[in-house]
Design a protein around this ligand. Structure first.
Ligand code: 13P
Ligand code: SF4
Length: 338
């Protein structure tokens, strides 16, 4: 075993993370303490998304949705941001706060939406619709952001789409399900990019209808990345944070939850007396309601990435400045959203 920084760096380009089998890693409570010690030693902050493994959510300094995490990243005075989420989220943190070192436990923590939409594709759409404004979901890479007029997240998308001038057509990328939902909510016609989330499109309307029939006292709550037939059955549709707030505040006692399962960890903490049932997916044999990308991050990888400060997110300054503009517009327009 050779755990030098040079070996760590050499391992990276191949795997996108430090291979845990190459290193001595503390276990259990010692691992938790080692991460806390590294945090102190390096003046680091741990930011985690609600879809992260439970033990990462528990150790995070701040747990949030993509908008809340972007704000935290922008405003932190820590020297290092250990970002426990997917790549586009860590990249957004670097775009917003370039003087901080941003590390991601596993750079293969991608996203089907981000992977399916390119800057070049958006440029082509702009050529076809030269008068259109491009509103892009934050689930995209920096090149795609740089081609966009404004970025949205699931919690501010409706507000932002409503604020766009009525005389301009809108191109919405990359999630067609969220796009279709927003068209319905805002009454704005939009040209949609043909992308989707592999987790949210896995929910089965037929199986959920059966769950509802078996649990007549339950409400179905769904993220708008879910497909139209699932959304039609839902009692409440909302972003990650909106779903959490709904479960906490609604008088209902039982909820069928159609979004990534990691959120149940925080839901249970906020509403311990309520019954939460994960919505069923088409394929019974898979864990499709867990985001495979989000779950690439583990406590062991978090420990190694904090120890070696690798893998680090980097971005060229020209691209960063282009991608920053539409993110900043989004932050301005959604100041009132928690
Ligand atoms: P939020 O913007 O609600 O955090 O969602 C991010 C995401 O990846 C949903 O699948
Ligand atoms: Fe991307 Fe879907 Fe995973 Fe969210 S749940 S990070 S949209 S693949």
């Amino acid at each position: 075993m050779n755990n030098s920084l040079e070996t760590a760096k050499a391992n990276l380009p191949v795997k996108g993370f430090l291979d845990i089998s190459d290193y001595a890693i503390p276990q259990g409570e010692e691992l938790v303490q080692a991460i806390l010690d590294l945090k102190k030693e390096k003046n680091a902050v741990i930011l985690a998304h609600y879809y992260q493994p439970a033990e990462i959510q528990d150790i995070a300094d701040f747990l949030g949705d993509s908008l809340q995490l972007a704000r935290q990243a922008k405003n932190t005075d820590a020297d290092m941001i250990a970002f426990c989420g997917v790549h586009f989220m860590a990249e957004a943190a670097k775009i917003l706060n370039p003087t901080k070192k941003v590390i991601l436990p596993d750079t293969q923590a991608g996203c089907s939406l981000a992977d399916g939409c390119s800057g070049e594709g958006l440029r082509k759409m702009r050529e076809e619709h030269p008068n259109a404004l491009i509103a892009t979901y934050i689930n995209c890479n920096a090149e795609t952001k740089a081609e966009s007029d404004i970025i949205v997240t699931s919690s501010n998308a409706e507000t932002i789409i409503e604020s766009l001038p009525e005389d301009r057509p809108i191109i919405f990328a990359p999630d067609k399900n969220l796009g279709r939902y927003l068209m319905k909510k805002t009454g704005r016609d939009m040209i949609l990019w043909d992308g989707s989330c592999i987790v949210h499109e896995a929910f089965s309307m037929e199986r959920i209808a059966k769950q509802l029939a078996d649990n007549p006292d339950a409400k179905l709550i769904a993220h708008p990345e879910s497909e139209e037939p699932v959304l039609q059955l839902a009692h409440f549709i909302g972003s990650t944070s909106a779903l959490l707030n709904f479960v906490e505040k609604d008088e209902g006692q039982k909820f069928i939850v159609a979004t990534e399962e990691g959120i149940l960890h925080e839901m249970k903490k906020r509403a311990p007396q309520k019954t939460l049932i994960p919505a069923q997916v088409y394929d019974e044999s898979c864990n499709c309601s867990e985001c495979f990308f989000m779950k690439r991050n583990t406590m062991e990888k978090l420990y190694l990435c904090m120890k070696y400060e690798l893998p680090e997110i980097t971005i060229g300054e020209e691209l960063r400045l282009k991608a920053l503009k539409p993110i900043e517009k989004m932050l301005e327009l959604s100041e009132a959203i928690k």
